[in-house]
Design a protein around this ligand. Structure first.
Ligand SMILES: Nc1nc2c(ncn2[C@@H]2O[C@H](COP(=O)(O)OP(=O)(O)O)[C@@H](O)[C@H]2O)c(=O)[nH]1
Ligand SMILES: [Mg+2]
Length: 264
């Protein structure tokens, strides 16, 4: 079965990279190996200034139990490129935890939710992120919610309370809301690790992986053949059904063959 595929997503500046430094340290202390694929949208725009002051994920470069890679965003706004999905699957047998870190814009949240076993959505307190989050309608995405910068005190506690209330209101009361501080004194990271593990323990990872593989094949097909290709197959739902009738690894060739039938 391999490792645990974790998605970490949230707005720029929310504290994802800083949190990953603390998470990687915690996982290594627990004796787990970790790979991080950081999807970098800034390469599409002028320089890195879009994202302002950004922390790096710091780790011991001599520790071969940790692998950190930056990868470019996909063609769709913020979406995951097929090579990123492939890399995530390829790393899973070799690492105990594989994290895909994305900036939460546009398509990326739903892509990450499709790919990963467990998705943590990160918001920072007092930034209007909470409100954004409610408006954006991505509340089905998180398996765990993380409020960062808990060292800021009351505003972090308020954000935590508001998010918990919002989740209860949509029937998501069982989604834990964890507050963390990633700067010393680091706080809440062990609680977050426990929440991620608890989620993994309660899902059917095998079924999630099969579904993720099929959705990856679908995304790859759309990258190659466009929305027109998808329409020729009768739409997204019909294309997914074609994949579901085949073994999990049948993948893109199934759709390409169906496209040839449909257009030939
Ligand atoms: N006070 C405080 N600042 C933090 C914390 N985590 C991150 N930051 C700061 O928030 C800014 C953005 O953090 P970064 O990790 O780069 O966010 P990312 O864009 O989501 O990866 C940086 O200046 C960090 O030093 C925290 O727990 N407490
Ligand atoms: Mg970052």
């Amino acid at each position: 079965m391999g490792g645990h595929l974790v998605g970490l997503t949230g707005p720029p500046g929310a504290g994802k990279s800083s949190l990953l430094s603390a998470l990687v340290r915690q996982w290594r202390e627990d004796g787990r190996t970790v790979a991080v694929l950081a999807v970098d949208p800034s390469s599409k725009r002028s320089g890195g200034s879009l994202l302002g002051d950004r922390a790096r994920i710091d780790h011991d470069p001599k520790d071969d139990g940790v692998l950190i890679r930056s990868t470019a965003a996909g063609t769709r706004l913020g979406g995951l490129a097929p090579p990123t999905r492939e890399a995530a699957h390829a790393l899973l047998p070799a690492f105990d935890v594989v994290v895909v870190e994305t900036v939460g814009v546009g398509q990326s949240e739903t892509d990450v939710a499709e790919l990963c076993d467990t998705v943590a959505v990160v918001v920072q307190p007092g930034s209007g992120d909470t409100l954004q989050f409610l408006k954006a309608g991505i509340m089905e995405v998180p398996d765990v919610l993380v409020v960062t910068k808990s060292d800021l005190g009351d505003i972090a506690m308020h954000a935590r309370r508001d998010l918990a209330a919002a989740m209860r209101a949509i029937g998501g009361a069982k989604v834990p809301v964890v507050a963390v501080s990633s700067i010393p004194p680091v706080n809440g990271v062990d609680e977050l690790v426990a929440a991620l593990d608890a989620h993994r323990a309660e899902i059917d990872v095998g079924a999630a992986r099969v579904r993720a593989r099929r959705l990856s094949a679908l995304a790859e097909f759309v990258t190659e053949h466009g929305e027109a290709g998808l329409r020729a197959l009768g739409g997204r739902r019909a294309a997914l059904k074609l994949l579901e009738e085949q073994p999990p690894d049948a993948g893109v060739p199934v759709l390409v063959a169906a496209l040839a039938d449909a257009t030939g």
